[in-house]
Design a protein around this ligand. Structure first.
Ligand code: BJW
Ligand code: ZN
Length: 242
């Protein structure tokens, strides 16, 4: 199937659906200038995840981990949603049962205006106390290292899900409900290698959804979906409602 006929088919599904779920990854924000994790220019080429994005790394050297998050905060502070993020806001307005599941911590979906969403890997502008567990918004750039909880003076950590950590059970429950009940699942800009998000496509498909992947390149999951369309998110996603 050519990419234009795949887009046409998907567009027709979206025009009539009443239940749409969307799963996004770093690729949707690449068009806003946010680095992805994997691939030629990915963050994990220059930084080792186990040294920066794991509870063990934070226990060993919280200073180093916070330095890295300060660098990320500085980078993200200037980034804005792109046409792909904005199109998803319009789809949310049009579709009764809409849910967006994002792996991104960059806050670009909420800042575009998306309201019905689960940020399953957390949000870089939130911090959590390692002692009392309180979650607060903190947009300081840079954040004072090491940051302390204003309630109990415990050490604050990024409110982000690191490797080996469980996702929030409420986010998971809401995500699986949206995957089980959707008619269409759009998977945009994710390599599909990190679990549990990597299992979300098959869950929706097993429940009868039409599953579409939009990605710059083919992924290990492209053969398992109903349509896989290659291109930049900022170019492809707006075509779905034009
Ligand atoms: C474009 C584009 C453009 C580029 N337009 N597209 C089952 C089996 C095996 C392992 C596990 C398993 N269950 C759990 C695990 C362990 C682990 C895991 O999955 N490991 C795998 C790597 C094998 N998972 C976990 O630890 C999770 N926890 C969990 O499951 O708890 C229970 C449990 C624990 C342990 C064992 C068993 C159960 C937690 C995962 C947390 C992930 N956190 C991170 C880091 C956050 C740090 C931070 O941001 O500060 O989240 S990892 C990193 O990857 C980040 C992302 O959200 C995540 C996904 O990446 P994403 O979004 O797919 O980005 P990329 O870069 O990989 O891909 C970008 C894509 O965009 C590419 O395809 C490009 O082609 C495309 N693209 N430009 C469109 N313009
Ligand atoms: Zn505290």
């Amino acid at each position: 199937m050519t990419s234009s006929s795949a887009i046409r088919e998907l567009k027709e599904k979206l025009a009539t659906t009443t239940a749409l779920t969307v799963l996004t990854g770093a690729g949707i924000s690449a068009d806003s200038g946010v680095p992805t994790f994997r691939g030629a220019e990915g963050l994990w080429n220059n930084f080792r995840p186990e040294e920066l994005a794991s509870p063990e790394a934070f226990a060993r050297n919280p200073h180093l981990v916070w330095e890295w998050y300060n660098w990320r905060r500085e980078l993200l502070a200037t980034k804005k949603p792109n046409p792909a993020h904005l199109t998803l806001v319009e789809l949310e307005r049009r579709v009764d049962n809409f849910w967006l599941i994002t792996q991104n911590v960059d806050d670009l979906h909420p800042s575009a205006g998306t309201q019905r969403l689960s940020e399953i890997h957390g949000n870089i502008w939130k911090v959590r106390c390692t002692q009392c567990g309180q979650v607060t918004v903190n947009r300081d750039v840079p954040i004072a290292i090491l940051p302390e909880c204003s309630t109990c003076r415990g050490l604050l950590r990024p409110h982000i899900v690191w490797f080996g950590e469980s996702l929030d059970p409420e986010d998971l429950q809401k995500s699986f409900e949206a995957l089980r009940t959707c008619e269409v699942l759009l998977i945009i800009g994710t390599s599909g290698v990190v679990y549990p998000a990597a299992s979300f496509g098959p869950v929706a498909k097993d429940h009868g959804a039409f599953v579409a992947e939009l990605n710059l390149d083919p992924t290990p999951r492209s053969d398992l979906v109903d349509v896989a369309i290659q291109g930049r998110a900022k170019d492809l996603v707006p075509q779905l409602i034009s």
